[in-house]
Design a protein around this ligand. Structure first.
Ligand SMILES: [Zn+2]
Length: 129
């Protein structure tokens, strides 16, 4: 959360709303103006868990322990986003990152079960060393 800078822009399109009142519609996109603080202060906070999730999915068939470590922060991000929303507003870029995070977590779960099934059918499939 960034308390130093008041949230005087539209959180969906970024339009300057400093001369508007709370709940006024944004002239650009029609979103009701919210003066609540943003849920995330920087795009990096939302981007790196998704980068780690992709790396974890790539590592999963080869180095399981590395994959587990890579998934720590994506899973914490996933859990944290379930209860963060009262009292904050979610910018459009954060909403996209949260949606992508959910897709990646469910895709990783699917990958995990596919690998478990493949491993039970062909136990040596991923024994490269
Ligand atoms: Zn807008």
């Amino acid at each position: 959360m960034n308390k130093q800078y008041p949230t005087l822009t539209c959180h969906i399109c970024g339009y300057d709303m400093h001369d508007r009142k709370e709940h006024d519609p944004c002239p650009e996109c029609g979103t009701a103006f919210s003066t609540l603080p943003d849920a995330y202060a920087s795009k990096f906070q939302c981007t790196y868990p998704n980068v780690l999730a992709v790396l974890g999915m790539l590592a999963m068939p080869f180095i399981a322990a590395l994959s587990v470590m890579l998934f720590i922060s994506p899973i914490l991000f996933f859990i944290g986003n379930r209860s963060k929303f009262p009292g904050v507003r979610v910018p459009a870029w954060a909403a996209r990152a949260i949606r992508l995070n959910q897709i990646l977590i469910y895709a990783a779960l699917a990958e995990f079960w596919v690998l478990m099934i493949l491993h039970s059918v062909w136990p040596n499939l991923f024994n490269f060393w």
